[in-house]
Write a protein that binds this ligand. Structure first.
Ligand code: MUC
Ligand code: MG
Length: 389
């Protein structure tokens, strides 16, 4: 009789939570966030949690909440049934052979495997990834109400509460002059109290970006994120070469091979590392190593995940030797409801790393039950006990 550990049950479900205000990005306006949560039950009774969350359905990335769930249920769960969950790297390699792309779905699964492994051994996921360098991470806030005065009031409130002292302003939806005036007014209001960055979410062409980045440098912006489509690498390299402000790649980075290409072609000064876009925590870690080797600065990105994805991202980012531009791990704060049993702690401009095994958080089952999209029909994939590897 084999003693190999098994995955006995895979459950994935979508949770829809409203945002505290409309979140206006160049390509969509969010009023709710849909999070895909996965629960793996292993044969030793240990449960692993993971999350895959994207922004605005299919308007940001190539996977939607519905496609992530379908990929997990129909293509990944049957592989999990045949694998030993105490070997996450081997399981992810088996999944990689059968499932191309689908980085978000893979990220949720790897997170759950690492969470279970950490719980099994009494270790935080950061320890499994090499060990923490810090116990807290600087966290910025995105000003994206769509209204200049509301954004200024929001920034003032965050500064007073000592919650955030770096702000990312979403632009690219309005004409360039209006966007720059909006950013200039916010920078003038916060002065030296905060760092101001912008995220264009690929909305500009190269000509607009050249003009825009010069204008933003004049108003005191510290960082410009993904001003043009990430696929236009040559133009990213030209913008980096001419810009007086550091240029950050976000949508362009879908894991280690993009990171390698971007680093070797000098396309960005900074990489926004996202666990979901990278294809999981290990892939995100590889992105960070490529950046470090190439002298590219690091930033801890988010897909506006809830508590599970945010905790998992924090576990990884806490292992980076240096994270020059901080993180944007504020996702749970943008939502009206908490689904963690114990909310993450934000204090003195930082996210405090959760203490505890695995990713360090657990679900509030009542909150989850109240916000699950499938409140009536449940989809749980249970494997027959007799199944042998
Ligand atoms: C993005 O493009 O960076 C992260 C923070 C935020 O407000 O939006 C996301 C996506
Ligand atoms: Mg971005």
């Amino acid at each position: 009789m084999s003693q190999v550990l098994k995955v006995e049950k895979v459950e994935s479900f979508i949770v829809d939570i409203p945002t505290i205000r409309p979140h206006v990005l160049a390509m969509t306006t969010m009023s709710t966030q849909a999070m895909v949560i996965i629960r793996l039950l292993c044969s030793d009774g240990v449960e692993g949690l993971g999350e895959a969350t994207t922004i605005g359905g299919l308007s940001y990335g190539q996977e939607s909440p519905e496609s992530i769930k379908l990929t997990i249920d129909s293509y990944i769960a049957p592989i999990l049934a045949l694998c030993d969950p105490s070997r996450p790297a081997a399981v992810m390699a088996a999944i990689g052979k059968a499932v191309t792309g689908n980085h978000f779905a893979k990220c949720a699964v790897e997170t759950a495997l690492l969470d279970a492994m950490g719980k099994r051994h009494g270790l935080a996921v950061s320890e499994l990834l090499g060990g923490r360098v810090c116990d807290r991470l600087a966290v910025l806030w995105t000003l994206a109400s769509g209204d200049t005065q509301s954004d200024i009031e929001e920034a003032d409130k965050m500064l007073e509460q000592r919650r955030h002292r770096a702000f990312k302003i979403k632009i690219g939806k309005r004409p360039l002059a209006e966007d720059v005036a909006h950013v200039a007014a916010i920078k003038l209001a916060v002065g030296d109290r905060a760092s101001i960055r912008v995220d264009v979410n690929q909305a500009w062409d190269e000509v607009t970006a050249k003009r825009g980045m010069a204008m933003l440098a004049d108003v005191g912006v510290d960082l410009v994120e993904q001003p043009i489509p990430g696929t236009n690498r040559a133009a990213m390299a030209r913008l980096k070469a001419m810009s007086g402000i550091p240029l950050m790649a976000d949508e362009a980075l879908h894991g280690p091979s993009d990171a390698f290409d971007f680093a070797s072609s000098g396309c960005a000064d900074v990489f926004s590392v996202k666990i979901a876009q990278s294809g999981g925590l290990s892939a995100g870690k590889a992105v960070s190593h490529i950046a470090e080797a190439a002298g590219v600065a690091l930033y801890g990105g988010t897909m506006l995940e809830g508590g599970i994805g945010t905790a998992a991202s924090a576990q990884l980012f806490s292992t980076f030797a240096k994270i020059s531009f901080g993180t944007e791990l504020f996702g749970p704060l943008l939502l009206t409801e908490e689904i963690l049993a114990k909310p993450l702690t934000y204090s003195d401009f930082n996210l405090i790393l959760p203490i505890g095994a695995g990713i360090g958080v657990s679900l509030d089952e009542d909150a989850v039950a109240a916000f699950r999209r499938d409140r009536t029909v449940r989809s749980i994939v249970t494997f027959p006990k007799a199944l042998e590897v």
